[in-house]
Design a protein around this ligand. Structure first.
Ligand code: NDP
Length: 323
């Protein structure tokens, strides 16, 4: 089969197209014929050796993908050959066939295309955990969504609106802000607007926003604290700037702020939290108002270009690679 193979970590050129054997599912695993792979910022960081955890080489990237069930490992039941599923936590998605633990499969609505199914798991589970489980967002409350036209950003706007929240969206270009408005963002602001702190605070009635999904990090992290309302919750989800932030804990005291880290991988390992998120997301999907935003799609051979475009902030929605 054709697959991407990374022998050493580095710039996207390390993603090489190879001919590899079709993988065999072990006990508890399922093999999918891959239709579409969702590419996350984390995939780009991992292949560059800059992710939260160490990336072991050689490997085939792709942790989020959708396809049809092709073979079942020992002990797997309840799945039919040909059934379309998505995987969150599988491995080697950038290939014609990939393996996933059966327990990591996520059911997707029959109406979803393969690309929509692949665009769903990481962004929507992360958005749900950020807005609800850790963020404790309430209907009517304001939330600040950064990188609002990205994969996580678009998912966060949709879920926040479906939960009855009000959204301030920030992004780097006017085109990205227009997309955020189309998805329902109530107020939009350029990320480099010189009066951004004042304007975000004003949008939420002058007192600041009670909930912030922080994905940029670096010096911008301090701004998130400045934009937060008294008793505000800042959920640290990403560090797209890849710069250091300075957090002075005493600063949190004056306005009773909370800063909470969020890592999807570890949250999904808690069966109770994963089940609750899956149930709530299924209800939101059933409303028909939550539709994954599929961004540009690339063939497998252009995987390196897809990674470059994400890093250059050229993409909106979820970047898809279709083997
Ligand atoms: P996106 O599709 O949102 O792409 C990343 C976006 O980050 C860019 O489009 C850009 O939007 C923004 N950005 C801001 N500053 C920079 C910078 N210096 N360099 C590059 N991009 C920048 O990606 P994802 O949806 O995959 O991820 C969004 C963020 O959420 C990432 O930080 C990611 O690591 C994090 N994340 C964390 C998870 C977790 O478990 N903790 C799970 C999922 C995502 P703009 O041009 O508008 O600024």
């Amino acid at each position: 089969m054709r697959a991407i193979w990374v022998e050493q970590l580095g710039e996207p050129d390390v993603l090489q197209l190879r001919e590899l054997p079709v993988p065999q599912p072990a006990a508890g695993e399922v093999r999918l014929r891959v239709e579409a792979v969702g590419i996350n910022f984390a995939d780009v960081l991992a292949s560059a050796g800059q992710y939260l955890t160490r990336t072991r080489v050689p490997y085939t990237p792709g942790m989020e993908f959708a396809g049809t069930v092709d073979a079942l490992g020992e002990g797997v039941s309840g799945l039919e050959i040909g059934q379309r599923v998505a995987s969150l936590g599988g491995r080697g998605g950038l290939a014609e066939y990939a393996l996933s633990p059966a327990a990591a499969l996520i059911p997707v609505p029959a109406s979803f295309t393969g690309a929509q199914a692949a665009a769903f798991p990481v962004s929507y589970f992360t958005a749900y955990f950020g807005l609800k489980t850790l963020g404790r967002g309430q209907p009517g409350e304001w939330v600040l969504v950064q990188a609002a036209a990205g994969a996580l950003g678009t998912a966060s706007i949709q879920l926040a609106k479906a939960m009855g929240m009000q959204v301030v969206a920030m992004a780097s270009t006017e085109e990205k802000l227009a997309m955020a408005r189309e998805l329902g963002a109530d107020v939009t602001l350029l990320q480099d607007d010189l009066e951004r702190v004042k304007k975000v605070r004003a949008a939420a009635g002058g007192g600041g926003v009670p909930l912030i999904l922080e994905v940029v990090g670096g010096p911008r992290f301090q701004e998130s604290l400045d934009m937060a309302a008294s008793l505000g919750r800042v959920i640290v989800i990403g560090n797209a700037s890849r710069e250091q932030a300075n957090l002075r804990p005493v600063e949190l005291m004056k306005r009773n702020l909370s800063v909470t880290g969020l890592w999807l991988t570890s949250l999904m390992q808690d069966p109770e939290l994963a089940r609750e998120a899956a149930q709530e997301l299924a209800k939101l999907l059933a409303t028909g108002r939550v539709i994954p935003q599929v961004g540009p799609s690339y063939p497998l051979a252009d995987s390196a270009q897809a990674f470059r475009d994400i890093m250059a902030r050229k993409t909106t929605g979820k970047v898809i690679i279709a083997p």
